[in-house]
Ligand binder design. Structure first.
Ligand code: SF4
Length: 251
């Protein structure tokens, strides 16, 4: 007669089987997710290149200084409005030397249509002084030095590094943050995480052009309040079974 197995040995075996099954399912899900993500990245990359093969820099400028000032003014303002305002500002002063000698009130009067004018005017005058005294009148070419200037955060520094100095950077504004969430390229905790995720997904030589292409796509097809991931070619191709609206987190 075969001796009876104690009950707890049988239970342990069953438990091990369940755990092995769970592990296999997790692995399967992880592989599928990675494959889907890779395909999605490739599709988005190709589609944006097809739609915007040569995206222009949206802010009018003639050198790194005028670009830096235009980017600073574009905070909470449209590029189109900045482009209306900057000709008068640069007619007044188009170099750090000239700008550093202007009165804040005079700059303020010109940049008022861009919003946050008192703060922006002070930053423009103060950063110009620092560029003259500390950097010999030349806009510095490192993130650290740029981010030390008044009114210049990481996004502004990234735009200048990418667009004025052609250094690989991925400036993430509110549009890029929103689209990255709708395309499931990031979980969208904040812009810092989104920048990290995008840099991981796309090769370095694509960053500078890609950030402009995403901005153009966002402006043309993907406004903040009128679509939630169910309409255009990118979402319908990448997420054919999506049924629910994608609610994004703000930057
Ligand atoms: S489907 Fe809507 S949310 Fe998705 S990219 Fe297109 S416009 Fe944006």
């Amino acid at each position: 007669m075969v001796p009876k197995r104690p009950q707890n040995i049988k239970n342990n075996k069953a438990l091990r089987r369940i755990r092995a099954l769970e592990l296999a399912l997790t692995l399967y899900y992880w592989i599928c997710t990675k494959v889907n993500l890779r395909e999605r990245i490739k599709f988005i990359d190709q589609k944006l290149n097809e739609l915007y093969p040569d995206p222009a820099i949206p802010l009018d400028h003639k050198d790194p200084f005028t670009l830096l000032i235009a980017v600073l003014l574009s905070a909470q303002c449209t590029d189109a409005r900045v482009n209306i305002v900057t000709p008068a500002l640069f007619a007044l002063a188009d170099t750090p030397q000239k700008m550093s000698k202007q009165k804040i009130e005079e700059i303020n009067n010109i940049v008022r249509p861009c919003g946050l004018a008192p703060r922006k005017a002070k930053a423009i005058r103060d950063l110009s002084k620092i560029v003259v005294t500390k950097h010999n009148g030349i806009i510095p070419k490192t993130f650290e030095e740029l981010e030390e200037l008044p009114g210049v955060g990481h996004k502004t520094a990234s735009v200048v590094m990418a667009q004025a100095f052609e250094h690989p950077a991925f400036p993430v504004d509110t549009h890029i943050h929103r689209l990255s969430q709708r395309w499931k390229l990031t979980r969208g905790k904040n812009v810092v995480q989104t920048e990290k995720d995008l840099k991981r997904h796309f090769s370095k030589d694509r960053w500078n052009k890609l950030h402009l292409q995403i901005i153009y796509y966002g402006r043309e097809h993907c406004p903040a309040l009128s679509c939630y991931g169910l309409e255009c070619v990118i979402c319908t191709s990448c997420f054919p079974t999506r049924k629910k609206k994608v609610i994004t987190q703000k930057a």
